[in-house]
Structures are given as structure tokens and as C-alpha cells.
Design a protein around this ligand. Structure first.
Ligand SMILES: Cc1ncc(COP(=O)(O)O)c(C=O)c1O
Length: 398
């Protein structure tokens, strides 16, 4: 405990311990945080579906029919029809053959990357074969990194979105089994992976390609089906493993993989995070089935989100802020220094805006930033007030 105390003292003494505010109410643009009414600029509820009447009704109906818990793992008593129904719906939405779901996006990544990098051993040859090399973008989400760690095989990192670097790594491991993995929209920077080029390279060097659609599902592509739609790629033939979370635009919780039937069948018996954990709540599947339906039938949410993204990005750039390479609803406002970023975020809170600072280890050292996210339900006035407040604070913090 001595060591733990030392770490806590260091973090608190250097003003590095995060401000953990208590939130009351659903994630809407105006919300009570720490007992104060503020504007929310850090929600993953991008399309505003978390409190959409049809999505809420989907959850309520599922609770009435199934109760609150799933009772057991999917391999035992938790293999509920409603979970299978969601798997079929998300497989259709992503145009793959089949899907498999985990209780969270984190466990989906950990359970998938580890199972794919350390395939089950079923024959004598397997005991002597080299494991799979994971080739991962340097800014991939922590859950991908943790999956690779758990797989205990060779891990190689390529420079962020750098296709030359990726190709050199693929060449180096030409004769090994390879899994290339990337966020499709990067969670801290809001930029998009060049998936068309990645798919080409993976075919050329015979590597599996896995993408994490956490922040792309419901947002990217002409009809919001994600980055496959944006790049005109196909699940299974172009991208082997299409993973996503159900906790962002889909507004509930859970994680999924869409791909071939063999991939889903394999993960059902090889992913320990799937086998040894109780299935997600039935209410989550009920809400998710409804959320997919709303995404298909009410494009106005996605359209409004993109109007908001364009307006915020333009206003922030005109005001002289560095939003890095963001092209999406995740907009970093680069600050650099940890303490300055924390101060900036606190000043915003004083002005009634909730926009936390993000620093190491969530992002590389010396790249602290405010990381804001937009929702379809933000108004233009709310965005303008946010940008005006940033300008005022920035002038004082120089
Ligand atoms: C890219 C990415 N993958 C996975 C996750 C984990 O998803 P969940 O929060 O549903 O566990 C997140 C969530 O923050 C994420 O941003």
C-alpha cells in the first residue's frame, strides 16, 4: 500500500489526478454535472439516441420480457434469443455473414485480438508454430493494446496512419501470420485511418485486417454504416474483422465483431472474454436493435451531427485553435502542456461547459488537449458559446 499511496500523492501533488465529476441525467447537451447545470461537450451519444423514445422503449420492452440480467455466459444460460437477434441485425447492418457480441467494447477488443494472435492449438504442428504478429497503429485504443498484450505474441507498432511504415513492417514479417489492426476513427484525434490503402497492403502481404468502428458506426458513409461504406470496402473480403462498440452512436453498451461465419464460430470458442463472462443485459440488446432501426429510418440525426461538426471545426479554426487532423465529431483542441490543459478545462467548467482535458497516458506525452465531441442535439448557439468561451480563456492563459 505504501507504493500506492506514493503514486496517489504524486498525482495529487502535481495536479495530475483527474477531476471526477458526478453526472446526473441522460447525456444531453444540457446536463447536471457535480450539482451544476453545464453544457456537455464530451458525450459519446453522438446521434442523441440514448434518450430517443424508440430506443428507450426497446430497452423497457426487453426488461419486461427478459428481466434485468442475462443469467450466465453465452455458452451456458445467457444465450438469449434477443442477443442473437441483435447479432443478426448488426451483421446485416455491416454487411457481414455473422456477428458475435461481448458485454463491452473493451472486452470485445481484448477477447478478439488475444484469440486471433494466439490461435487454439489443435494439432502437433501447432505447438511448434510461431504465433501471430500484431501490427498496430501507434494511436490505437488501449483495449486493442491490452488484447495484444494478453495474446503474448510479437507486437509491432507502425507510425500513425503511415502506409510506408506499415508496408515496411509487413515486408519484414513476410513469412509470419499477421494481424494488422487499426481504429477507423481515432478516439483521441478524430482522424480517419486510410482503410482503402490498408486493405490493399494487407491483401498484398497476406495479412488479416481488423478495424475498430467504435466512433465510425452510425457516423461515416453515406447512410451511416461506417468506414466500410465510406471507403467502399466489404466485410470479410476486404476487412476480415469488423469490430465495433455499442456504447457510442448506438447509445447503449456492448461490443461486436462482424465477419465471416467461421470467424464468429471461432471466437465463440476461443475468446475467453466471451466464454467466461455473463452476457450483456437484455435491455442493451433491446435498445441496440431499436437504435439500428432508428439509424436506418431517421437520417436527420446523422445529417445534423455533420452540420454541427462543420460549424464547430470552422469556428475553432477561425479562432486560431489547432484541431490536429480531425475530420469527425471528435475534435481535439491541442494544448501540449498537461497543467495548462487541466486549467483550461477547469476554466471552461466555471463558464458552465463540461469539456475534460486529456493527457498522458491516454495520449502521448506533451500532447495534452481538450477533447470535445459533438452531438446531433447540440444547437448552433451552444457551439458558438463554447468557441467564444475557449477564445476568452485562451487569451488569459497565454
Ligand atoms: C476505439 C475504441 N475502442 C474500444 C473502446 C471500448 O469500448 P467500450 O467503452 O464500449 O468498452 C472505446 C471506448 O472508449 C474506443 O474509443
Amino acid at each position: 500500500m505504501n507504493k500506492i499511496n506514493k503514486i496517489l500523492q504524486y498525482a495529487r501533488g502535481n495536479d495530475l489526478y483527474p477531476d471526477l465529476h458526478l453526472v446526473s441525467g441522460p447525456p444531453e447537451p444540457e446536463i447536471m454535472v457535480g450539482g451544476k447545470k453545464v453544457l456537455m461537450f464530451t458525450s459519446n451519444n453522438y446521434l442523441g439516441l440514448s434518450n430517443h423514445p424508440k430506443v428507450v422503449q426497446g430497452a423497457i420492452d426487453a426488461i419486461r420480457k427478459w428481466g434485468v440480467g442475462s443469467d450466465g455466459s453465452r455458452l451456458l444460460s445467457g444465450n438469449l434469443e434477443i442477443h442473437r437477434q441483435f447479432e443478426k441485425s448488426i451483421a446485416t447492418f455491416k454487411k457481414g455473414e455473422d456477428a458475435i457480441v461481448w458485454p463491452t467494447g473493451y472486452s470485445a477488443n481484448v477477447g478478439t485480438v488475444s484469440a486471433l494472435t494466439q490461435p487454439l492449438k489443435v494439432g502437433p504442428g501447432d505447438f511448434f508454430s510461431l504465433g501471430t504478429v500484431v501490427i498496430s497503429d501507434e494511436l490505437n485504443h488501449a483495449s486493442i493494446i491490452d488484447g495484444a498484450r494478453l495474446g503474448k505474441q510479437k507486437k509491432v507498432v507502425f507510425k500513425h496512419r503511415d502506409m510506408k511504415d506499415l508496408e515496411s513492417k509487413l515486408k519484414w514479417f513476410k513469412f509470419r501470420r499477421k494481424l494488422v489492426v487499426t481504429d477507423s476513427v481515432f478516439s483521441m484525434d478524430g482522424d480517419i485511418a486510410p482503410l482503402d490503402k490498408m486493405a490493399e497492403l494487407c491483401k498484398k502481404y497476406n495479412a488479416m485486417l481488423m478495424i475498430d468502428e467504435a466512433h465510425a458506426t452510425g457516423i461515416l458513409g453515406k447512410t451511416g454504416h461506417g468506414s466500410l461504406e465510406l471507403f467502399n470496402l466489404k466485410a470479410t473480403t476486404d476487412v476480415d474483422v469488423v469490430l465495433g462498440t455499442c456504447s457510442k452512436a448506438l447509445a447503449a453498451s456492448g461490443g461486436f465483431v462482424v465477419g465471416s461465419k467461421e470467424l464468429a464460430d471461432y471466437l465463440r470458442v476461443a475468446s475467453r472474454a466471451y466464454m467466461f463472462s455473463t452476457a450483456m443485459m437484455p435491455a442493451a440488446s433491446g435498445a441496440l436493435i431499436a437504435a439500428l432501426h432508428v439509424m436506418e429510418t431517421e437520417p436527420k440525426w446523422r445529417e445534423q451531427l455533420w452540420i454541427n461538426v462543420k460549424h464547430a471545426m470552422q469556428s475553432l479554426e477561425e479562432a486560431g485553435f489547432n484541431t490536429l487532423e480531425s475530420e469527425t465529431q471528435i475534435i481535439p483542441i491541442f494544448i501540449g502542456d498537461d497543467k495548462k490543459a487541466i486549467q483550461f478545462s477547469r476554466k471552461l467548467f466555471e463558464k458552465g461547459i463540461f469539456a475534460p482535458a486529456v493527457r498522458w497516458p491516454a495520449v502521448p506525452k506533451d500532447t495534452a488537449r481538450l477533447r470535445i465531441t459533438l452531438m446531433a442535439t447540440h444547437t448552433k448557439d451552444q457551439i458558438d458559446y463554447f468557441v467564444k468561451s475557449c477564445k476568452e480563456i485562451s487569451a488569459k492563459l497565454q
